[in-house]
Design a protein around this ligand. Structure first.
Ligand SMILES: NC(=O)c1ccc[n+]([C@@H]2O[C@H](COP(=O)([O-])OP(=O)(O)OC[C@H]3O[C@@H](n4cnc5c(N)ncnc54)[C@H](O)[C@@H]3O)[C@@H](O)[C@H]2O)c1
Length: 258
């Protein structure tokens, strides 16, 4: 069982590269940035992916543009790149793909208690739109080709919660590994949308869907509550996507900052 880990040099990738082998997974790292014993390649390159995908049984697909950016950047990494990853998985007979989606796929959804993980798409940015595309692509490859696909709508991945919002949305590195491990193992998985969040006391997202795959989170952001700087409140706090729903994340504003 070899697992291709795209984006292995990134924040989440490095945390998983440390933790998944301890849980018994044989990893093959892949990134355009060199990593230990990994493939150096680009997810937009069919040839690079073909070279890396041979003998792989599952893919954890993290590589891409991880926040809002001008359209060409989002398009190349998250639209074209994600398509090439699913296509390479199909060509090589890969059984399962775990896809790093984001809360920003439904960022304009108002915050309510226990929001289901399959809340309809309401992207807050072009980045969020690209994550909706990845979720749809996953559904397509599951239905048409029988690949088992778990799309994880990740909240805020960080060593500790960085701000007040993250007291609700935090995904700890340990829980991230536990969640990916569950997605890689779940026997009944066909296609699933799950929230990527720890057992935070203040969370507003349902854990039922992830628990159904076998995820048992162990961390709670509340432990860090007195270390998080007190913040102002914003209108955007009422939405799942937080600050990404604010005016500063419009297409023109992002282009001007680039
Ligand atoms: N960090 C979070 O809180 C968070 C939240 C929601 C979703 N996500 C998603 O999780 C994934 C990983 O996020 P991260 O925070 O680790 O990001 P990151 O930027 O730290 O890591 C992304 C990695 O992808 C690689 N990469 C980018 N484009 C590539 C390409 N064309 N070919 C090969 N490699 C490429 C980069 O070199 C980098 O190592 C992303 O898909 C992101 O959208 C992250």
């Amino acid at each position: 069982m070899t697992v291709l880990l795209t984006g292995a040099a990134g924040r989440i990738g490095a945390a998983l590269a440390d933790r998944l082998p301890v849980l018994g997974w044989a990893l093959r790292p892949f990134d355009r940035v060199p990593t230990d014993r990994g493939f150096v390649g680009d997810i937009t390159s069919r040839a690079d992916l073909d070279a890396a995908m041979d003998g792989v049984t599952a893919v954890v697909h993290l590589a891409g543009q991880p926040t809002e950016a001008p359209w060409p950047v989002v398009r190349d990494a998250n639209i074209e790149g994600t398509f090439q990853v699913f296509e390479a998985a199909r060509r090589h007979g890969v059984a399962r793909v775990v896809y790093a989606s984001s809360n920003h796929a439904t960022g304009f959804t108002p915050v309510v208690p226990a929001l289901p993980a399959d809340a309809p798409a309401r992207p807050d940015t072009l980045y969020g739109v690209s994550k909706v595309f990845g979720e749809a692509l996953g559904r397509y490859y599951a239905d048409r080709y029988g690949i088992r696909v778990a799309c994880v709508r990740i909240g805020t991945f960080a060593p500790t919660p960085p701000d007040i919002r993250a007291l609700s949305t935090w995904l700890s590195p340990g829980d991230c590994a536990r969640l990916v491990d569950a997605c890689l193992q779940a026997p009944d998985l066909t296609y699933a949308l799950v929230w990527g969040v720890s057992a935070n006391r203040r969370r507003t997202w349902s854990l039922d869907e992830a628990r159904a795959l076998g995820y048992e989170p162990q961390d709670d952001a509340e432990v860090y509550a007195d270390q998080v700087p007190a913040g102002e409140t914003f209108e955007s706090d009422g939405y799942v996507g937080g600050g990404f729903t604010s005016a500063g994340f419009g297409i023109d504003e992002v282009a001007a900052r680039a």
